[in-house]
Design a protein around this ligand. Structure first.
Ligand SMILES: [Zn+2]
Length: 311
């Protein structure tokens, strides 16, 4: 009997073993189940990754994931424009000051006449051609604009509002129109940037032009601003001044006579002098010119800061 029991148990065990052993080979359920589940799981992960890298191609196959691609592009551009004006929460030393910059001349001059003042019979060219580097061949309008753009950036960094008559060369804006742009913007100071042409190649130096007393209600301010800015400009650049104090006065300029705001012109040097031409046409020197003008503007509007710096 014992043997019979033993055999029976043995048979039963074997049957159990064969069932278990056969199960993985034959039973298809687990195999399909295993392949089916990862098949859906794996692509989901892959698709998610792809959406982040290249949002467009996979987005249509996974409509559920569409919020992700729409969110990420909208998030990326929106912080940039808002971030640009915001990163200067502290007001700069020139906050609240409006500076007008008029880089003299333009790519193509405009010889058409315009009155030199409102109601005046006398006319001048809307925009004269300007001068040219005697050796470099660099045009005055290029130097003027380069310095203007560099100065604009320095002023903006210091918190000033900057109004430029133009930021590219290919424009046609008359001197009277430029003055009116200063009026509309209510600039605290308009600065017209020029380089001079001498009758003699030996003539050197920077100088200022301001409207004569009968042409402006801001004569004293103009003279003080001109002297302050010219001094700072010459300190920074090492250029000398032409004329005694580098001050000249004009009543015949449309850019002045149409202007109802404080305004001055700086002649930043002589492009007809080989030495100054080499300097004025050099981008590195143009940066110093802009810095010198900036120093002067800061000194004029914030003498308190200049005094504090000297103490
Ligand atoms: Zn000029």
């Amino acid at each position: 009997m014992k043997r019979i029991w033993a055999i029976l148990i043995g048979v039963l065990l074997l049957a159990g073993c064969t069932k278990e052993g056969a199960a993985p080979q034959v039973v298809p359920e687990p195999t399909t189940a295993v392949t089916a589940e990862p098949a859906t799981a794996v692509p989901t992960v892959l698709v998610k990754q792809h959406i982040i890298i290249d949002a467009a191609p996979k987005a249509t196959s996974m409509p559920k994931e569409s919020p992700t691609p729409t969110r990420s592009p909208s998030l990326t551009p929106s912080p940039e424009p808002t971030a640009t004006p915001e990163p200067t929460p502290e007001p700069g030393p020139l906050a609240g000051i409006i500076i007008g910059l008029d880089p003299g001349h333009q790519l193509i001059y405009d010889p058409a006449p315009e009155p030199v003042a409102p109601g005046a019979r006398e006319t001048k060219q809307k925009v004269a051609g300007g001068c040219k580097g005697i050796r470099s061949g660099v045009y005055e309008y290029e130097v003027n604009l380069n310095v203007g753009l560099l100065l604009r950036d320095l002023l903006k960094e210091a918190g000033a509002t900057v109004v430029m008559t133009h930021e590219v060369l290919d424009v046609n804006i008359s001197n009277a129109q430029r003055a009116q742009m200063f009026n509309e913007a209510k600039v605290d100071l308009g600065i017209r940037l020029h380089c001079n042409k001498g009758n003699d190649y030996k003539l050197v130096g920077a100088f200022m032009i301001v409207p004569t007393q009968n042409r402006t209600q801001f004569y004293d301010e103009n003279v003080r601003a001109a002297k302050t800015i010219l001094a700072a400009y010459c300190e920074e650049t090492g250029l000398t001044t032409r004329f005694d104090e580098g001050m000249t006065y004009r009543s015949d300029q449309a850019g002045f006579n149409w202007c109802e705001r404080p305004v001055l012109t700086i002649e930043m040097g002589h492009l007809t002098n080989p030495g100054e031409d080499a300097l004025l046409s050099s981008p590195a020197f143009q940066a110093r010119m802009a810095q010198g003008l900036f120093n002067g503007i800061l000194r004029y509007f914030r003498p308190d800061l200049a005094e504090a710096a000297n103490e």
